[in-house]
Design a protein around this ligand. Structure first.
Ligand code: ATP
Ligand code: MG
Length: 253
């Protein structure tokens, strides 16, 4: 079995005459947490939507778990889940009903039991029977992510998983993501929180100007920028400093 869970080559996408993705290339290995970083409008959501078969690319070769997104979209869908940037909950249903509905759609055996386990794990047991539109932003987000775990997909796409969460809820989501990757799930997340990528990601890719301009582990990115030395005190650049330096350097070309 291939060790590459996600392969993207020459991905292009334009809206009308606006070229958003101009040839995006990257690979994600199985069990890896891969963070796609980029400013507002860089094309992160567009990329995730194309990889998860919600949107068609103009060109490029994309495979997920060995299946081609253009030729075998059903196979791709069977192996993935997507937690979008905006909540996909049905507000009229309770948290438990939302989970049950998706569990049944995904053919999970004993959906009630699995729903209860997830409610417990995400701290939603007490809110289980309340309508989801009455949940706080953080609770909605947790329920969204809980729903994406149903059916144990091999690849999970998380578009800005912790936007709008308080620090405690964010830490909880980070722990869940690490735990999933530890069990072999491949995770592609987008984020604008560089601290999030720094904490979580095995590798980081920076999407800028329609292309991936840098990919690497945090250690590799840090090597590109030697530590500043001030009176024998070594200061490692943060990912935020690296990110800003890289995109401003590109902007000058
Ligand atoms: N369906 C669409 N029709 C037209 N333009 C679109 C469409 N979807 C996205 N765009 C444009 O493509 C560009 C990239 O959008 P995208 O949502 O992928 O960015 P993003 O990196 O996810 O940004 P954010 O950080 O704000 O979520 C933006 O300029 C956006 O206006
Ligand atoms: Mg987005």
């Amino acid at each position: 079995m291939s060790q590459i869970a996600i392969s993207v080559k020459g991905l292009k996408k334009a809206f009308r005459d606006k070229e958003v993705l101009k040839g995006v290339d990257f690979e994600v290995r199985r069990g890896e947490i891969f963070a796609l970083l980029g400013s507002n409008g860089a094309g992160k959501t567009t990329t995730v939507n194309i990889l998860s078969t919600l949107m068609k690319p103009d060109s490029g070769e994309i495979s997920i778990c060995g299946f081609d997104v253009k030729l075998q979209p059903d196979h791709v869908r069977q192996n993935i889940s997507l937690t979008g940037q905006f909540s996909a909950l049905d507000g009229m249903l309770t948290g438990r009903e939302n989970l049950m509905m998706i569990a049944k759609l995904r053919g999970v055996s004993s959906p009630a039991q699995v729903a209860d386990q997830l409610l417990e794990r995400f701290g939603l047991r007490d809110a289980a029977n309340r309508r989801a539109d009455k949940y706080s932003g953080g609770m909605k987000r947790r329920l969204d992510i809980a729903m994406s775990l149903l059916g144990n997909p091999a690849v999970i796409f998380l578009d800005e998983p912790s936007t709008g969460l308080d620090p405690e809820a964010r830490t909880e989501i980070w722990n869940t993501i690490k735990e999933l990757a530890g069990r072999g799930t491949t995770i592609l997340l987008t984020t604008q929180y560089l601290e999030e990528a720094e904490h979580l990601a095995d590798r980081v890719a920076i999407l800028h100007g329609g292309r991936i301009i840098t990919t690497g582990t945090l250690a590799e990115l840090k090597q590109m920028f030697p530590p500043a030395k001030v009176e024998y005190v070594e200061k490692q650049p943060t990912l935020e400093e690296i990110f800003l330096a890289i995109i401003s350097k590109k902007g000058e070309i």
